[in-house]
Design a protein around this ligand. Structure first.
Ligand SMILES: [Zn+2]
Length: 371
């Protein structure tokens, strides 16, 4: 039913480049997410050919823990099947009255009915998971947040369909979209929120696996606008730059990763780093004006993790001695990679380990303690 092809590169939001038997060709990706941990060079994708489409369409990806379903547009059909099978606890006996329900200039996925009782259902497709923890969204989603606010006014159910059988817990991704996470948390008493893990097969079918726990107490501890961050940017050519107290330093063309922390107002610190004009205070302030495509990866946490992150980055990238370490005993907090970090599996792994793996480990410890 599906063709197995090798992922090479994402050309834009909706088109990827694939390779099959030496032939390279584009395919349509029906998923607007970032998908960093899925779209790594060499990953096997499952494609379907449809007569009516000019490009083959990506249906899923093969990860170690199973097939990840990638067609966001089909998630409502998955939800409808879960509903009909009675897998959404509070919605047993409800039937679909209408899909794509227009409401105050927006749209909600379902209007449901049981006797005289009506209920709205909004569905989100979750493909980001690590060590048993699922998170959504993987990119800032203003539209997603508006759906939550709208649902908050009329009441209803939010369902996160998690495309991995190995997950046991779900949280909103407060590292990536602090506002979405905060909105979901603030509505947790008002809305009924479910996350359901499903297992996909190469035949194109799926089955229900389990309802996931949503450990809000960990969210409340970890998502307090504090923690660490990795800044990444590209230096277009070899360059020698005066770096404050370090003096003139020479840098190779390539990608630079800088680690810092702000145990208060992490979001403000990140915004400051991304601003073009600022007073030069830290070593990175002397380098960052020369970096292109500067972006930040916040890692919200109750603990200060910057030196632990720096140690891990030192294992996969070359440290620039004495850079950014005035306050600690590390060798460096700035690292060089010749290739883009998001195409580097080891970098993505480190990011997810600090963002999600730490939380998953705490949950596992607690569950082991309880059982
Ligand atoms: Zn350090």
């Amino acid at each position: 039913m599906f063709r197995k092809v090798r992922f090479l590169e994402r050309l834009n939001r909706f088109v990827v480049l694939c390779e099959e038997g030496g032939r390279v060709f584009p395919a349509h990706l029906p998923n607007p997410g970032r998908l960093w941990e899925i779209l790594l060079p060499g990953r096997m994708l499952l494609l379907e050919d449809r007569k009516e489409l000019s490009l083959p369409r990506v249906w899923g990806a093969i990860k170690e823990e199973g097939i990840v379903f990638l067609d966001t547009s089909a998630t409502t059909s998955v939800a409808q099947k879960l509903l009909e099978e009675g897998k959404i606890e509070d919605l047993k006996g409800f039937g679909v009255v209408r899909r794509e329900v227009p409401l105050w200039g927006s749209r909600l996925d379902f209007l449901l009915k049981r006797g005289e009782e009506e209920c709205f259902l909004e569905v989100k497709s979750c493909t980001l998971f690590f060590d048993g923890l699922a998170m959504f969204p993987d990119a800032v989603t203003v539209r997603g947040r508006k759906h939550l606010e709208l649902l908050g006014k009329v009441g209803g159910v939010v369902l996160f369909v998690v495309h991995s059988p190995s997950c046991f817990a779900f949280l909103p991704d407060f590292h990536t979209d602090f506002d979405f996470a905060r909105t979901l948390h603030s509505l947790r008493e008002k809305l009924r929120i479910y996350a359901i893990a499903v297992r996909w097969r190469e035949s194109g079918d799926f089955e229900y696996v389990r309802n996931l726990s949503i450990p809000w107490e960990l969210y409340e501890r970890e998502a307090q606008d504090r923690g660490s961050y990795i800044l990444a940017g590209y230096l277009r050519e070899d360059m020698c730059i005066p770096i404050g107290s370090l003096g003139k330093q020479c840098f190779l063309r390539g990608f630079y990763l800088y680690v810092g922390s702000a145990m208060q107002s992490l979001s403000r610190r990140v915004r400051r780093h991304l601003r073009k004009s600022k007073k030069r205070h830290w070593h990175i302030d002397f380098l960052s004006p020369f970096l292109e495509g500067l972006r930040a990866f916040p890692i919200q946490s109750s603990e200060r993790l910057e030196c632990a992150i720096a140690r891990e980055l030192g294992n996969i990238a070359q440290g620039i001695p004495f850079f950014g370490v005035s306050d600690c005993s590390c060798r460096s907090h700035l690292f060089y990679l010749p290739q883009p970090p998001l195409q580097n599996e080891a970098f993505v792994e480190i990011l997810l380990r600090f963002r999600m793996g730490r939380i998953a480990a705490q949950l596992k410890d607690r569950n082991a303690f309880l059982s």
